[in-house]
Design a protein around this ligand. Structure first.
Ligand code: NAD
Length: 337
């Protein structure tokens, strides 16, 4: 049973903890937080041992009536692997701690690529992370792009990817990002960081990305044009994408016209927190003009990286190969709509 530490118990960390608990070969050794809040309360309610991420703040937890097991260093020392889900940039400063205890670490996409030996997407390069010490699960958007690029590249070959990413302004709980009412080219320069980030997974793919931020919290939406190496039929592309467990082709008959209904659908099918772990691709948007493929996909920023973290845990510990790990993660989480 792999003992997994989770340092940073916010949007990503709490979802990773629940996904770890659902695995037959993993257990949550504990979660570390900087301060008491509703997430610390629910961590304790769920039975996750709570650790203080900043040792001299432990008494703040006691004042809030929460018992901590000890400092985060104790958790890192006891665990087989640590998932760092702290805010962007903090993961890099935690690296020394993980090295001190020789605990392999998984970082998130908010960190620069050079924090890790490998940038990771299970569908695309699982094998590169086997037995690596430091692995970065790429961001929600890069995960979404990589899952789509992998089958297209393997089956047809890719000449060029052009993607426009319409990004949510903040997560639903990120009240500090609002109130907002604007549409920002973000960044206004081209390319956005997403294209170079995709190249950490696919070094040879020619990709240009442009980003915008809009006053929405539900999901990101990508508008894609992929020039393939040969002319393809849209129906064949749909069949290819439908075979991928982490791609959900939204059937035309569902009458889902945007992120609002997608999230409603996730709630209706009983997804925890209304999570959508899969890329959500509108089937009727998948169109071709000769070698050019077009489509729209929505990406649930809070959850698509969660199964990737589970697979990264198995990769760094050498616990399973890609096919075994992905199948187990998909089955235990109920991935595949
Ligand atoms: P978050 O702010 O929701 O959660 C971060 C948690 O870490 C909070 O509980 C915070 O209190 C805690 N924390 C702060 N400093 C800490 C420290 N020094 N040690 C331990 N814990 C500390 O952030 P998030 O959205 O979960 O993002 C975490 C990482 O995941 C970032 O790299 C982010 O870029 C990446 N990511 C976020 C999203 C998203 O949409 N939210 C999607 C993909 C990847």
């Amino acid at each position: 049973m792999l003992q997994v530490a989770i340092n940073g118990y916010g949007t990503i960390g709490k979802r990773v903890a629940d996904a770890v608990r659902a695995q037959p070969d993993m257990a949550v050794a504990g979660v570390a937080k900087t301060r008491p809040n509703f997430e610390a309360e629910t961590a304790v309610e769920r039975g996750y041992p709570l650790y203080a991420a900043v040792a001299d703040r432990a008494e703040r937890f006691a004042e809030a009536g929460l018992e901590v097991e000890g400092p985060v260093a104790d958790l890192v020392a006891a665990a087989d692997v640590v998932v760092d889900a702290t805010p962007s940039g903090i993961g890099a400063s935690n690296k020394e701690l993980y090295q001190e205890y020789d605990t392999p670490a998984i970082y998130q996409g908010g960190e620069d690529a050079d924090v890790a030996d490998v940038s990771f997407n299970a569908r695309s390069n699982y094998a590169d992370a086997i037995d690596a010490e430091h692995v970065r699960v790429v961001s929600c958007n890069t995960t979404g792009l990589s899952r789509l690029i992998a089958p297209l590249s393997e089956t047809y070959g890719i000449e060029k990817v052009r993607a426009t990413l319409v990004r949510r302004g903040g997560d639903p709980g990120q009240t500090s990002r609002g109130p907002i009412n604007d549409i920002l080219p973000d960044p206004v320069t081209i390319p956005s960081h997403h294209g170079p980030d995709v190249n950490t997974i696919f070094p040879d793919v020619d990709i240009d990305t442009m980003g915008l931020k809009v006053p929405a919290t539900l999901m990101h939406t990508h508008s894609l044009n992929v020039t393939l190496e040969s002319a393809v039929d849209a129906a064949d592309v749909r069949d290819l994408l439908a075979e991928e467990d982490r791609l959900f082709l939204i059937p035309e008959t569902f009458d889902i016209d945007g992120a609002g209904k997608l999230k409603e659908y996730a709630d209706d099918v009983g997804r925890p927190r209304g999570d959508l772990w899969e890329n959500c691709i509108w089937a009727e948007s998948v169109s071709t003009e000769g070698r050019d493929l077009y489509c729209f996909q929505a990406i649930h920023q809070e959850s698509d990286v969660v199964p990737e973290n589970i697979d990264a845990i198995r990769a760094v510990t050498g616990a399973a190969d890609a096919a075994e790990s992905v199948a187990r993660t998909n089955e235990t989480m109920g991935i595949g709509l």
